[in-house]
Design a protein around this ligand. Structure first.
Ligand SMILES: [Zn+2]
Length: 124
């Protein structure tokens, strides 16, 4: 590899496969129904970026972020990871899709995203 894809990245998107509809308790946010489909989760890490992304891909971990609960559910997996040098909310807001759970991953969001998890339109 000639270039390190993580060197300038601070925002990542996880492309997530939900193979069948699941009911997930997302920590203190509550219990939610996630219809089967492709989801995009947008997050960021200003430090230890690569470690954060690897953490999301690791099956064994303590539940901490909202996304941890979804990824731990049966039939849910990360299909692909994308990295960006722009701010998390900029990337999130230009991503189309339907908000399934308001407040998911956006507890500390100051840009009015409503949710940092979106379900992609199945026609896309
Ligand atoms: Zn945001």
């Amino acid at each position: 590899m000639a270039t390190d894809p993580f060197s300038s990245a601070k925002t990542y998107q996880l492309l997530i496969d939900v193979t069948e509809s699941v009911q997930v308790i997302v920590g203190r946010l509550g219990s939610f129904h996630f219809p089967a489909g492709l989801y995009v989760y947008t997050g960021s890490a200003l430090r230890n970026f690569e470690a954060r992304v690897k953490r999301h891909l690791s099956p064994a971990k303590k539940m901490h972020w909202h996304i941890d609960y979804l990824l731990a559910a049966q039939g849910v997996g990360v299909r692909e990871v994308f990295c960006f040098s722009e701010a998390e909310c900029v990337v999130n807001q230009r991503t189309g899709g339907e908000i399934v759970v308001a407040g998911f991953g956006s507890s500390d969001c100051r840009s009015g995203c409503c949710s940092h998890l979106k379900r992609l339109d199945s026609s896309e």
